[in-house]
Ligand binder design. Structure first.
Ligand SMILES: [Zn+2]
Length: 89
C-alpha cells in the first residue's frame, strides 16, 4: 500500500533532477556562462520543487485518507474504515 506514495516521491525527485539538468544545459547552450547558471538555477529549482509538491498534493499522497464516519486516519486504498468499519464506496 506504500507503493503509490513512494513512486510519487521518486517522480518528484526525477522532476527536480530533470529541471536542474535542463537549466544547466540551456545556460551552457545559451552562453556557456557559469554566472547565468548560478542566477537561473535557484529560480528553476524552486519552480520544479513547487511543481513536484503540487503534483504530490494533487495525488493525495502526502496525507492519509480520513474516515467520513469517525474521522480516523485510514489508508487511501482501504475499502473500509479499520476503526469503525464504515465502507468507502
Ligand atoms: Zn471510521
Amino acid at each position: 500500500m506504500v507503493e503509490g506514495p513512494s513512486r510519487l516521491s521518486a517522480l518528484a525527485i526525477a522532476i527536480v533532477v530533470a529541471g536542474i539538468a535542463l537549466v544547466v544545459s540551456i545556460a551552457f547552450i545559451a552562453g556557456g556562462d557559469v554566472a547565468t547558471v548560478l542566477y537561473v538555477a535557484p529560480i528553476v529549482l524552486l519552480g520544479t520543487v513547487v511543481v513536484s509538491v503540487a503534483l504530490k498534493t494533487r495525488g493525495g499522497a502526502v496525507r492519509p485518507a480520513e474516515c467520513w464516519n469517525c474521522g480516523g486516519l485510514v489508508s487511501p486504498n482501504a475499502p473500509s474504515c479499520k476503526h469503525c468499519g464504515a465502507s468507502f464506496g
